[in-house]
Design a protein around this ligand. Structure first.
Ligand SMILES: [Zn+2]
Length: 370
């Protein structure tokens, strides 16, 4: 600390006190941003379904841990995903705590909720920290009458009630970015996804529920189960509406959001407004990336070069995110210029790890050897 910044300090108790207060203020203002490698970064939305030593090495070098999310529950891969995810967790409990999911294929069979709860309890006994629900609920699966099943369907209430009772969070990717309901737009940050995944692009398909209807159903889960901890993936699918996010965080004290695959949307809002959201809700926003390494979805096994390519792109993503959240001044994100948020160190620590540690009870998960 350089005392020469108080050249006019005089002797006496009052000036000594003023000087001390000044020093405290100065040190608070000057609290340095933690070094990138020093701060623990927990990526709460990861899909890694192969034991790739180069990924572990990257995580060790840049101080990343993940929560490995099994999803979806309707493509028949659930048992395989659980097996691979728990194997990875067993080998590297600090890197790969597991968020499991629940089967949707047997939803019309008797005792669906009871069987689902029993399966989830088995996953919790193996150390699963949370449960994922995916957008297939809302815009894909239908009931026997041919109607889309919304996420607040009574079918799922016993499951939500059970999660609330035992204190396991629901990690909810429900709905899609609003752009899914709008005409394809080359300037949209989701253009490449919807132009190559037309099945999820719902513009001009009035038979699908609206964005608002699915968001309302998501909110209704929290109304029906106010003690259920919900982590809204992808900014709670309100990436276009920061006021709407603030409104939900205010109305639902157990609602949180994570930023995975939507940092690119944040960079398009005014930095001052994004910063204000973090300052108002420092305990409610979590870090994540949503990078997938899912060899079981490929026709042929991945090559070493593809694995290394994934590691390289992961590293670039973590670094670009850090430059946006922690950096200062102009920065480049996805080839666009934007203003970095320069979040204060105390908020960075919560966003990057403390909130995830608390909400997913990671301390216990890291120590557990299944
Ligand atoms: Zn994902």
């Amino acid at each position: 600390m350089n005392f020469s910044i108080f050249p006019f300090a005089r002797t006496g108790l009052a000036s000594l006190l003023a000087c001390t207060l000044g020093l405290i203020a100065a040190s608070a203002a000057a609290a340095p941003t933690p070094a990138y490698e020093k701060i623990l970064k927990i990526d709460v939305h990861s899909h890694i379904f192969e034991d790739v030593p180069a990924i572990h090495a990257l995580f060790a070098r840049i101080n990343v841990r993940t929560i490995n999310v099994c999803v979806p529950g309707g493509d028949g891969h659930l048992a395989l995903m659980d097996r691979v995810a728990f194997e990875l967790y067993g080998k590297h409990p600090q890197l790969y705590p597991v968020t499991t999911t629940f089967d949707l294929l047997t939803r019309d069979e008797p005792a669906y909720a009871a069987r689902t709860i029993a399966a989830l309890d088995r996953a919790f006994a193996r150390g699963a920290v949370a449960v994922k629900i995916w957008k297939e609920v809302g815009i894909e699966i239908k009931n026997r009458d041919g109607k889309f099943i919304l996420p607040d369907d009574p079918l799922f209430d016993p499951i939500y009630a059970h999660l609330a009772k035992i204190g396991k969070p629901l990690h909810a990717h429900l709905a899609e970015p609003i752009d899914a309901w709008l005409p394809l737009d080359k300037d949209s940050s989701h253009y490449s996804y919807y132009s190559t995944n037309p099945q999820w692009h719902l513009y001009g398909k009035p038979e699908y529920p609206s964005h608002a209807a699915i968001i309302a159903a998501r909110d209704n889960i929290m109304k029906k189960h106010p003690t259920l901890v919900v982590v809204g993936a992808h900014l709670g699918s309100l990436e276009h509406d920061l006021d709407g996010i603030a409104d939900r965080l205010t109305r639902y004290p157990n609602f949180h959001i994570e930023v995975s695959a939507r940092t690119r949307n944040l960079t398009r809002h005014p930095a001052q407004k994004v910063r204000a959201l973090f300052e108002k809700f420092p305990d409610r926003i979590l870090y994540g990336v949503d990078a997938g390494w899912m060899p079981h979805r490929r026709d042929t096994p991945p090559t070493a070069a593809q694995r290394q390519g994934h590691v390289n792109s992961l590293e670039l993503r973590y670094r670009a995110d850090w430059d946006y959240y922690a950096g200062q001044g102009e920065t480049t994100y996805n080839n666009r210029q934007t203003e970095a948020l320069h979040l204060p160190p105390a908020i960075l620590e919560k966003f990057y790890h403390a909130n995830a540690e608390r909400i997913f009870k990671l301390d216990a998960a890291w120590k557990r050897m299944p």
